[in-house]
Write a protein that binds this ligand. Sequence first.
Ligand code: HEM
Length: 463
Amino acid sequence: MFRRPLDFLNSLPTRGDLVELRLGPLRAWMACHPDVARRILVETRIFDKGGPLYNRLRPLMGNGVVTCDQDTHRRQRRLLQPGFRPSRVADHTDLIGREAESLCREWRAGDRIDVSAAAMTLTTRVMNHVLFSDSLRGAAAAEVGDCLAVIVRGLFVRTAVPVDALFRLPTPANRRYRRAFDRVHAIVDEVIAERRRRSPNGDREDMLDTLLAATRCAASGITEQEVHDQLVTLLLTGSESPSNCLASALDLLARNPEAERRLHAEVDAVVADRPLPGPDELPRLTYTRCVVAETLRHRPPGWLFTRITTKDTTLAGHRLPRGTTVLYSPYLLHHDPASFPDPERFLPERWLPGRAIADPHGAMLPFSAGNRKCIGDTFAWAEATLALATIAGRWRLRHLPGHAERLRPAATLGPRSLVMTCEPRAHAPAGTAPGARSLAPRATAATRAQDSRTAGDNGADDV
Ligand code: HEM
């Protein structure tokens, strides 16, 4: 589980629908059948947020909507939900296209691009706008990405080996984790303080103002601490998983030329002479959406989650006492051949409309299900589809010769230091043509960022 988690997960379904395993000293039960996973996700009064992952996330995200238990969840979700309505998401489609395009403009033909860092830059910029109306300064926004890289690795290690004493040792890796953790809190505190100073009455239509306005209404029950917790929660969840999704899609496309060719053909036809894909093009980007769906199936950014039982119960024929740790893994469910034939193949065609039912057992759970389902799912679909279409309209990304990146386990799943070269596409939209071929590959801001994402990642080897 610790060293080769993906292979380990794939080996479990042959052992039963619910399999007992050890996480360090802890016994836990893994759901290996979609029906069992769905029960865990729907019966939230019995299977509440908890277990090693959420125990580690709580000091980071406090009692925000991701980590809170069922008792306060409904109130919190109601507070945040309006910001994620489809109409609000539609308001942000231009922004997503613009940010993706501005990233593409930084690239020159032949450049080596750190795709992982570039995707993170894009998604933190978008979150910076949605949550804070761009109040996060450039350097702070970049720092959030770097801190996240350290945190997601550290979180996985702490989840797979839940032995607190190990992580109190003053090792370099533990100190880096602590520092990243403290910086994220400090950055969010600075943004809140500045907003209070500059516009105490709230004249921006962003999440920060929504939350600050709620603190002025006694009936809302929201405290100052909760404002901080929700913002940390949304900044981290809204940046990390979408960035993994985009980087994985670009990686998988480069490995699958036929899928890449179909994607390019669709983007050229749908976006045609428009400078950017927008809300009108979004519903017509059918194949692009299939690429996103297949990326989320093949490599779900959220791949392993924990829960805790709040009372004695029976699951898949096993009696579980109160306080039992239960796990579900979208990765395991998405790679079971009983649900998805030939699961290791990247096949966006699975999701084309009109095909036989793509997911007969309801095993596709990249955004979870039940009342703890991802609040940002509609946003994430739009963001990934538009960003991919914008990039694919301009650039073809290629792996470096001899590339063989192994996916390393972290709290989320995705390429951590994927470097690719970019070739201009012949059909780049008018007025946005990629730069001329430079004489030699240059180090871009994105490749420089790679150093901070790969250095000192608090990984399994460090520990
Ligand atoms: C590809 C992108 C994304 C993926 C794959 C993803 C995946 C998930 C998953 C699997 C969960 C459930 C976790 C569990 O069951 O324990 C979740 C919850 C959540 N996600 Fe996402 N997410 C994505 C994007 C976003 C975005 C863009 C935001 C916000 C801006 C967001 C905010 C949240 C929040 C707040 C929750 C907690 C919901 C609740 O408990 O009520 N996510 N996400």
